[in-house]
Design a protein around this ligand. Structure first.
Ligand code: MD3
Ligand code: FE
Length: 222
């Protein structure tokens, strides 16, 4: 969307803050490069298999901890058995700056120590159904960064996966932080707007979403 039409930060629900255009184009390019590396090895990006026999239309690769429905492990037993790439310190810093930008709370930002990221790639047909993220053992905020094509992001409620919900446009460079009372909100991506991304991000097509999380796990858990 045109940068001439400003989209100010907005509190969508208590603890759910949307910061449009937070990432610079240079930061987006660096993230695309990093994600391209992780998408190849040690665990390749793939369509996650679901327990009831389906596969997700979104393609995913994880760092720090490997997520598969519905648990985290250090190795990708459902892909190639390799240990996932480490969660880099620079991404911890980025997560802290994201929490600071959304909440304007130095203490909350300083305490934030994400140890895993799910990197989702959406082609023009991929969607993500309404769900809650509750496989983490800690209630810390989730930081979401979007790059490439814009999408419709559906923010529901904590009680049901149905209405009431609010549809929001997520665009390239947008930050979203979900914490506090919104941490266990139902959410999904019903539609990607194909061809809306700027190839200058390094992503010629599709949408990349990076979500940082705190698993609350230690290596004695697995
Ligand atoms: C609200 N990803 O990876 S990002 C997911 O665009 C996921 O790929 C979407 O939902 C995507 O689980 C949405 C925004 C988001 C991410 C995690 C949340 C919102 C959230 C966790 C709790 C509440
Ligand atoms: Fe989610």
């Amino acid at each position: 969307m045109s940068a001439l039409i400003p989209r100010p930060p907005s509190v969508i629900a208590p603890g759910a803050v949307h910061v449009p255009g937070w990432l610079t184009l240079a930061q987006q390019r660096r993230l695309v490069e990093a994600c391209r590396g992780w998408a190849g090895s040690p665990v390749p990006m793939r369509n996650t298999a679901l327990p009831r026999g389906g596969v997700m239309s979104v393609q995913t690769v994880c760092i720090g901890w490997h997520w598969q429905p519905y648990r985290y492990t250090r190795t990708a037993g459902d892909v190639n058995g390799e240990r996932v790439a480490p969660f880099p310190d620079w991404m911890v810093d980025l997560g802290r700056r994201a929490v600071l930008a959304a909440y304007r709370d130095e203490a909350a930002a300083g305490e934030y120590s994400p140890d895993t990221a799910l990197i989702n790639f959406y082609d023009e047909r991929a969607t993500l159904g309404m769900h809650q993220d509750k496989d983490e053992r800690a209630g810390d905020p989730v930081v979401s960064l979007s790059i490439g094509d814009s999408c419709v992001f559906r923010v529901g409620n904590t009680a049901t996966r149905t209405r009431p919900y609010t549809d929001i446009e997520l665009e390239s460079g947008d930050l979203f932080v979900f914490g506090g009372p919104s941490r266990y909100i139902y959410h999904g991506v019903p539609r990607v707007r194909a061809g809306t991304g700027d190839p200058a991000t390094g992503l010629p097509r599709g949408r990349l979403n990076i979500t940082m999380r705190v698993t609350g796990l230690t290596d004695t858990d697995r």
